[in-house]
Design a protein around this ligand. Structure first.
Ligand code: DSN
Length: 422
């Protein structure tokens, strides 16, 4: 017997096994509220940890640069078919290693360096890859931004239209990483048509909602849709490109490989296929409905207890807590939440005057907790705990309150076991 193939990690590398054990305990014992995270199924975990990691498969099914690709072709073809069915797309590419790489490939396919692009301001809930000056998208292209209105903190489509007509961008992007409301893809597609721009919808956060009709699906309207696969879509970490236009799809394929990537991660592609299969079952729609209902319950838990949310609430899987009324910063509150066993991230709020390392906001989401089985009443309680800790922070006794809440968090988590037998 060759020990190389049979020795388990716990014996082969105790240091890394310890890191894995530590992380599993963190996931089991705490409440995960990071809006871009989720728990994958045991089946997705198996595919992602499978022997497919060994295979080089540059190219696409049936047209590879390496031999021996019959099995991985099966996996990728299943992933492609399921992705297209899930979103009603004519074209899919499941190879992008991340949402960021998917966006890079789209820009490479459709734009020339120096072209004007128009996207949602990062400080108003947008994403780094939509033209931020610190990202390649903002360095190699000429970025312009739209934002939210000061009064209702919802996207200002009139400003978007005015800017689009003035600068005539080559591409307009929709999509956000911290926007709690429905995005009007119809209006954006109309503006893009009026100015002759490509319309790209990056649905990384809301993909699961779009797939089941709990958020409008941009597929029929956009020239291209990009997404991650690990947020509400509940697959392995990765990205994907979708389109209704097969001719454009050819350009995206060349842009992903050989444009910005080499060999695809076939174990992750197989994991994506498994997750898309799960998302095509009726149970997934029930899950996503739960995500939305639970997020509203968590929002209510916060607002019932005197906190302010950006735009007053949520239509999707996330809420953005505005700490300006308490004159607190996001870094302080998220550290206290972590001490209570609740993981969230600090986040800029629109018109924030604090720097990104501090921020005036906290972003929380319901995707992971809903997978775990938390109910609306649990989420209302979680919202109340966030409020309790925030008020305590203001009063100067945040640590003591976090310590008290931690015991209650542990009791809740014990009711919903995670990855039994792992
Ligand atoms: N980093 C992701 C998020 O947390 O929203 C976006 O890429």
């Amino acid at each position: 017997m060759n020990a190389f193939f049979t020795t388990p990690l716990a014996q082969a590398d105790k240091a890394i096994q310890s890191s894995l054990t530590h992380e599993l305990a963190r996931q089991r014992e705490g409440i995960e509220l990071i809006a871009s995270e989720n728990y994958v199924s045991r089946a997705v975990l198996e595919a992602a940890g499978s022997v497919l990691t060994n295979k080089y498969a540059e190219g696409y099914p049936g047209k590879r640069y390496y031999n021996g690709c019959a099995a991985v072709d099966e996996a990728e073809t299943l992933a492609l078919d399921r992705a297209k069915k899930l979103f009603g797309a004519a074209y899919a590419n499941v190879q992008p290693h991340s949402g960021s790489t998917a966006n890079q490939a789209v820009f490479l396919a459709l734009l020339q360096p120096g072209d004007d692009i128009l996207g949602l301001d990062l400080a108003h809930g947008g994403h780094l890859t939509h033209g931020s000056p610190v990202n390649m998208s903002g360095k190699w292209f000429k970025p312009h931004f739209y934002g939210v209105k000061k009064d209702d903190e919802r996207i200002d489509y009139d400003q978007l239209a005015e800017t689009a007509h003035r600068i005539k961008p080559k591409l307009i992007s929709a999509g956000a990483s911290a926007y709690p409301r429905i995005i009007n893809f119809n209006r954006m597609a109309e503006i893009a048509r009026e100015v002759g721009a490509y319309f790209m919808a990056d649905i990384a956060h809301i993909a699961g909602l779009c797939a089941v009709g709990l958020h409008p699906n941009p597929l029929p309207l956009a020239d291209v849709v990009t997404t991650t696969t690990h947020k509400t879509l509940r697959g392995p970490r990765g990205g994907m490109i979708l389109s209704r236009d097969e001719a454009l799809g050819k350009k995206f394929n060349s842009a992903v490989f050989p444009g910005v990537q080499g060999g695809p991660l076939m174990h992750i592609v197989a994991g994506k296929a498994v997750a898309f299969g799960e998302a095509l079952t009726p149970g997934y729609k029930t899950y996503i409905q739960g995500v939305v209902d639970n997020c509203k319950a968590m929002a209510k838990g916060m607002t019932d207890n005197g906190l302010r949310l950006v735009s007053g609430g949520t239509d999707n899987h996330l809420c953005l807590l505005d700490l300006r009324p308490q004159a607190l910063t996001g870094d302080v509150v998220t550290d206290l939440l972590e001490h209570a066993g609740i993981t969230a991230n600090k986040n800029m709020v629109p018109f924030d005057t604090q720097p990104p390392q501090k921020t005036s906001g906290v972003r929380v989401g319901s995707a992971a907790g809903t997978t775990r089985g938390f109910t609306e009443s649990d989420f209302h309680q979680i919202g109340s705990w966030i409020a309790e800790i925030t008020h305590a922070a203001k009063a100067g006794n945040g640590e003591a309150t976090a310590h008290k809440v931690k015991a209650e968090v542990a009791r809740l988590c014990e009711k919903y076991p995670l990855y039994q037998g792992l």
